[in-house]
Structures are given as structure tokens and as C-alpha cells.
Design a protein around this ligand. Structure first.
Ligand SMILES: [Zn+2]
Ligand SMILES: [Zn+2]
Length: 295
């Protein structure tokens, strides 16, 4: 496959030069495709000679850029469950899905590191593919544009902040890694209401990122306005915990994160609705091996 004379793109990677692998229990990992194992351009030296007037100058080979992009991808922390998430693998099967995919893709394509780029916030009930789209955008930024990012789940972010604080690290020490990465994606925003201290840390994190011209993306299961949560037949509604669950689900995002953070989100992000209408994950399980997901 390394033979450059062979016609057509590599069948393993489609010609992009990298493969992304899904290993359960580990974040997504990318690696060079075998077709790139021995670079035909530089012979693995990492440099190529480019004619510049009468003399030849050494320039970094494109394969080095590929390695740098693969390393950026491997630092994102994409969860194993969505390791293979990309724009290509996202099924835009409803108008909501098509519009949300278009918004995420537009963001990724237009992103520039040298000026602030407004992010996006995806909202809607679980099972619509919000995490998939977040990770597809981060993947595209890393592998196609060489832009670094980090993916964090909100609950883990809070517990990391708290354990850092418990270990007597200053709050700036705790926040610093998240203040430097060009794009940060926070998933499951509002899942935990958080203590006042946790909320003020979150507020500081996203405000500092905004003021520094850095982009933050979000996904949340909470809606922007009040809505009635229907009683689903498969769920026991007679228990107190079920009632509590329904009350929590009917809260708005502003109620979950507080007005202060909510108004910052408005400044930082375009709000994009991505709601399954019905639970896609349940449907996938019900559909079994039927062709639903292949179409
Ligand atoms: Zn290949
Ligand atoms: Zn090379």
C-alpha cells in the first residue's frame, strides 16, 4: 500500500493518512495509517529539500504535520463510546439533526486560531447525538486543522476542581490547563447543580476563556424554557425518586447553572437544539440489527 504508484486512495484510511481506534475503557486514539508508515517523501527524516532559487532548503515534511495532528487528537480525551464519532458518521435523519450538524461543521470549518470564534451549545434530551457532534467537531479541528482541544464531562470537571482544591492547589493551578487549550468542550452541563464554590469556579473558567478569546463548546440535557415532561409508560411514576427525576428534567438550563453563567453562555455561544423527539438509544436497541443505523 505504500507504493505511491498504486492508483486510488488507501483503502484503510481513504487517503487521509490516519486511523482512529476504539478501545473500550480508553479515550479515542489515532495513529498513522500503515500506508504512511514509511514516508515516501522524506524517508522518515522529517525534512524534505525544497528548491529556493539557486539553493535547496530543508523544510519540515507534511508527515510531521500529520504526527502533530495525531498527537493533538490523542490529547482531546474523547470517550471510548464515541471514539469513532465524526461528521461523516453522524446520521442527520431529522431536520433538527441536519441543522445541528450544519452548525457544528460550520463552526469547525470557520474556526481560526488568530481571532475569537463563537462556540455552540447543543441542548435537548439524551440520546440525540450531542456528544457525537461535540467530539466530531473536536476531531475535525485536530486532524484537519491542527487545533488543540479538550473534552470534559461536567461532573468530572467539578470533581477534578474539588480534588485539586482539597489537595491544597490554588484555584488557578486547578484551572490553568483548561485556560490554555484553544477549544474546550464541556458535556452534560448542569447535570450536577454544584455548590456555590463549584459554580463560581465554573463561572471563572468560562469567563476567563471568553475574555482570552478562547472558544468553549457545551452540550446539555436541559432546555432553555420551561416544558412539561411527559410521563413515559416505561417509567414508574409512582415513586418519589421518579417524581424527583421528572422535576429535575423539567428545570431549565438557567435554573441548573444559575443566571450569571447562563447569561455568559449567551455571549459565548450559538444555542442549537438537538432533541431526539424520541429516545434514539432506546430505538437503536429496539431496532437490533435491523438496517436503521446503516441507512
Ligand atoms: Zn492509509
Ligand atoms: Zn515525511
Amino acid at each position: 500500500m505504500a507504493d505511491p504508484a498504486q492508483s486510488g486512495p488507501c483503502r484503510a484510511c481513504g487517503g487521509v493518512g490516519y486511523l482512529v481506534e476504539q478501545v473500550l475503557g480508553h479515550p479515542a486514539r489515532a495513529r498513522r495509517c500503515d500506508c504512511q508508515a514509511a514516508c515516501p517523501r522524506c524517508g522518515e527524516s522529517g525534512y524534505v529539500l525544497v528548491q529556493n532559487g539557486p539553493s535547496a532548503v530543508a523544510q519540515p515534511c507534511a508527515c510531521r504535520r500529520l504526527d502533530e495532528r495525531i498527537a493533538l487528537f490523542n490529547r482531546i480525551g474523547i470517550p471510548a463510546a464515541v471514539a469513532l464519532a465524526s461528521f461523516d458518521t453522524f446520521r442527520a435523519w431529522s431536520p433538527d439533526h441536519a441543522a445541528a450538524k450544519a452548525a457544528a461543521e460550520d463552526f469547525a470549518r470557520k474556526f481560526r486560531g488568530d481571532r475569537p470564534t463563537k462556540g455552540f451549545l447543543l441542548y435537548g434530551r439524551p440520546g440525540a447525538g450531542k456528544t457525537h457532534l461535540l467530539c466530531a467537531a473536536l476531531r475535525w479541528l485536530a486532524l484537519e486543522k491542527g487545533v488543540g482541544s479538550r473534552y470534559v464531562e461536567f461532573m468530572l470537571l467539578l470533581s477534578d476542581m474539588k480534588s485539586g482544591f482539597d489537595a491544597n492547589r490554588s484555584h488557578m493551578e486547578v484551572l490553568r490547563p483548561l485556560l490554555q487549550v484553544p477549544v474546550l468542550a464541556i458535556d452534560e452541563l448542569g447535570k450536577e447543580r454544584g455548590t456555590d464554590w463549584e459554580r463560581s469556579m465554573l463561572d471563572e473558567l468560562i469567563s476567563r476563556r471568553f475574555n482570552a478569546g478562547l472558544t468553549t463548546l457545551f452540550a446539555t440535557n436541559y432546555f432553555l424554557e420551561d416544558r412539561a415532561v411527559p410521563e413515559s409508560p416505561g417509567r414508574s411514576v409512582n415513586t418519589r425518586s421518579a417524581q424527583f427525576q421528572r422535576d429535575a428534567e423539567s428545570m431549565t438550563l438557567a435554573q441548573r447553572v444559575g443566571d450569571r453563567i447562563y447569561s455568559r453562555l449567551n455571549e459565548m455561544c450559538v444555542f442549537v437544539k438537538l432533541d431526539p423527539g424520541h429516545d434514539l438509544r432506546k430505538e437503536r436497541a429496539d431496532a437490533g440489527s435491523a438496517g436503521f443505523w446503516k441507512g
